[in-house]
Design a protein around this ligand. Structure first.
Ligand code: ADP
Length: 252
């Protein structure tokens, strides 16, 4: 008679443990799969510009290019090389974040100051597109890893310019709310289709590859934002309407 409750007890104790092992295994598997997919993508993304650089260089070397075409060809090589540099830099940033290698020294950061500085760094890009950027709100002090917070806000603001229309608007708001410290970036750009709003945070994911091709990018910017958010226990909320614009909200 004594055995039955004991068995039940053991069962009750073991079940959640077994379930958690099962869950851990599944998570490990998912991470391993993501790594594999990432390596395959990296190889592909590196190979494309390298193939084109080597192709143009070979033609120039052969002597069949007319002198007046030389600047055009060298510009192509230059642009592809720039793209490679950005890509490699982003990959290194992500792998450091992955391995937890980033200097995790936290310090008090004023989101308002940080954002103001980022907007000023981005102003040449914004002017080139006649995009107007406006910052409102208040000083918000947050204890975090400055370099990563900078990259997160920079990537979101840069996207708000890149995927905006000529002469578009960007409104950035920084403030303290009952739900947390917030940075909200709203643009009047091309928007993101509902069904793809989750996927834009995946590595190398770009909405409509052919369209995005004209707009420079690696598809890694928002993955860096996501990793930074995980590190800081922050939430990202996307609200977007195709053809109207996008609102990105970071809550710390
Ligand atoms: P990318 O280097 O392509 O800009 P990101 O990871 O920063 O990479 O963004 C992934 C994709 O999400 C972009 O290619 C773009 O299609 C879409 N996207 C990101 N931000 C915006 C935005 N503000 N408006 C419209 N589309 C956006």
């Amino acid at each position: 008679d004594l055995e039955e409750p004991l068995e039940n007890e053991v069962y009750e104790e073991l079940t959640p443990l077994l379930e958690s092992i099962d869950k851990q295994n599944k998570e490990k598997e998912a991470i391993a799969n993501m790594r594999k997919e990432f390596s395959a993508n990296v190889s592909h993304e590196l190979k494309t510009p390298l193939t084109s650089i080597s192709g143009y260089a070979e033609i120039m070397k052969s002597g069949i290019v007319k002198p007046e075409d030389m600047p055009r060809f060298s510009e192509k090589i230059y642009n592809e090389a720039r793209r490679l540099i950005t890509l490699v830099e982003d990959i290194i940033k992500l792998s450091h974040l992955d391995e937890g290698k980033v200097e995790l020294e936290r310090q008090d950061v004023d989101f308002y100051e940080l954002t103001r500085e980022i907007i000023s760094r981005l102003s040449p890009q914004a002017s080139a597109k006649k995009v107007h950027m406006e910052l409102t709100g208040e000083s918000v002090i947050y204890n975090g890893v400055r370099q990563i917070l900078d990259e997160m806000v920079y990537n979101i603001c840069e996207n708000a310019i890149k995927y905006n229309k000529e002469g578009g608007e960007i409104r950035v708001w920084v403030g303290n709310t009952l739900n947390g410290k917030k940075i909200i970036v709203t643009d009047t750009g091309i928007g993101i289709p509902k069904e793809q709003q989750e996927r834009i945070f995946e590595r190398f994911y770009r909405v409509d590859k052919s369209h995005s091709k004209e707009i420079g990018g690696t598809g890694l910017g928002l993955s860096i934002v996501k990793h930074g958010a995980i590190l800081h226990n922050a939430k990202i909320h996307v609200d977007s309407e195709l053809g109207k614009g996008t609102r990105m909200e970071l809550t710390f």
